[in-house]
Unconditional design. Structure first.
Length: 419
């Protein structure tokens, strides 16, 4: 079945390149061969090192624990303000495990803390120094600007909105190809704050789920670079994002924290509103499809339609054809709803439905935020951070669902080869 994955590797690269050509109206583009080869080699190296070299995994786990500590610190604040709906002790017995989790009060407030911290770090000139360091390293390996590299790497640990917050002052000057890369990386990765949750869900059906998901997170960052550059190559002579920036407008650390928090509030409102609207639109589409007579003794839904479409895709990753419809339905759930529900569904499937190898491949392939709800989060967040680029962000956003999905599929394919 490795030969399937090898064919799939070439197929996904060709598909990304072809879709990019259609998207840009057939404009002649140079194939980014160096980036593709370097990115694939980086993916393979990450998998081999993290899964076989304990010190490397320990270092990555330590960084992830730091992110989780930030999440816990945010929860301390939400508990004080919102009580049990903000993550505090429940005054009643929880009948359904996980039912007390409320996205708006327990997860999204992390945006406020990250926004304040990024403003403070920019005032202290820490972020500009980090960007310059990444500019030197990533420009010589994958040809990325420093700002795009920082946001891409940050997506391994934080969410698709928190990562761009770290380079907020640079967003208005990013080249369109770099903006597309930052957005693709957000769709192609999962945040460290949810990685432990997903590993817990998969612990009974996948050996060492945390190790696999940690590896997938890093591999997806490399895959995002490959796919983004295939679909939208960076122009020659793109602006150097390590160039001097405008100084921070703040005159003290507390002023920076106050300003960052205020900007985070606007961001939080936009994100919440876009999630509600896009999830509602998906529901309306499913209601409309429900008017069509049942197919296979079950109603048509966007998830089922995408499952049929995704069956050949998961086959290319190395999934046996007999298991492709079930694995494809997981990709459909992940795309229409989210990866959390897809992992929950996979945990329910017995060994007679999915083999161990298929579970491993799907764990990698679903480790990304590319879904309709995330589309709303991304648009709401980035527009709030860079309102002058609203039109460009809205135009690029739908394609990032495609590029983000292709990136995780590329990672799943590499897992199929190495696994």
């Amino acid at each position: 079945m490795i030969w399937q994955s090898i064919i799939g590797l070439a197929g996904f690269v060709a598909l990304a390149w072809g879709l990019g050509g259609l998207w840009h109206g057939g404009v002649k583009r140079a194939f980014p061969l160096r980036i593709v080869l370097a990115g694939l080699a980086l993916q393979a190296a990450i998998a081999l090192v993290l899964l076989n070299f304990p010190p490397a995994k320990a270092l990555f786990l330590a960084a992830n624990r730091a992110v989780l500590a930030l999440h816990e610190a945010t929860l301390d604040g939400t508990k004080v303000v919102f009580g049990y709906i903000g993550g505090g002790a429940l005054p009643f017995t929880e009948s359904f495990p996980g039912a007390s989790f409320i996205l708006a009060f327990q997860a999204l407030p992390l945006v406020l803390v990250i926004s304040a911290l990024s403003a403070l770090l920019f005032y202290w000139r820490v972020l500009p120094a980090v960007v310059r360091g990444f500019a030197w390293a990533l420009n010589r390996t994958l040809g990325l600007s420093g700002a795009a590299g920082v946001a891409t790497a940050a997506n391994v640990f934080v969410g698709m909105v928190e990562a761009p917050l770290l380079i907020r002052p640079y967003l208005k000057r990013l080249a369109p190809a770099d903006l597309f890369l930052v957005m693709t990386a957000g769709m192609a990765t999962i945040a460290g704050t949810v990685l432990v949750l997903y590993a817990t869900i998969l612990k009974d059906v996948l050996p060492d789920p945390a190790g696999h998901l940690l590896t997938a997170s890093l591999m997806n960052a490399a895959a995002a670079v490959i796919v983004a550059r295939l679909m939208m190559p960076a122009p020659e002579g793109a602006a150097d994002m390590a160039a001097p920036l405008d100084p921070s407008p703040d005159h003290g650390a507390m002023e920076a924290i106050t300003r960052g928090t205020g900007e985070g509030v606007q961001l939080l409102i936009n994100i919440t509103a876009m999630i509600i609207v896009l999830v509602a639109l998906v529901s309306l589409v499913n209601l409309a499809l429900g008017l069509i007579p049942d197919v296979g003794a079950a109603p048509l839904t966007l998830q089922r339609l995408l499952g049929w479409v995704m069956a050949p895709v998961v086959w290319l990753m190395g999934v046996p054809w007999a298991e492709a419809p079930q694995a494809g339905s997981l990709m459909g759930i992940k795309t229409v709803l989210n990866e959390f529900l897809a992992y929950l569904e996979m945990a329910k499937m017995g060994p007679e439905v999915l083999s161990d190898r298929t579970r491993m491949i799907m764990a990698y392939a679903m480790s990304g935020f590319a879904n309709f709800g995330s589309l709303g989060i991304m648009i709401g967040g980035l527009v709030a951070m860079a309102p002058e680029r609203r039109g460009e962000i809205v135009r690029l956003a739908p394609m990032t669902m495609v590029s983000g999905t292709l990136a995780t599929c590329l990672t799943g394919t590499m897992a199929g080869i190495l696994g």
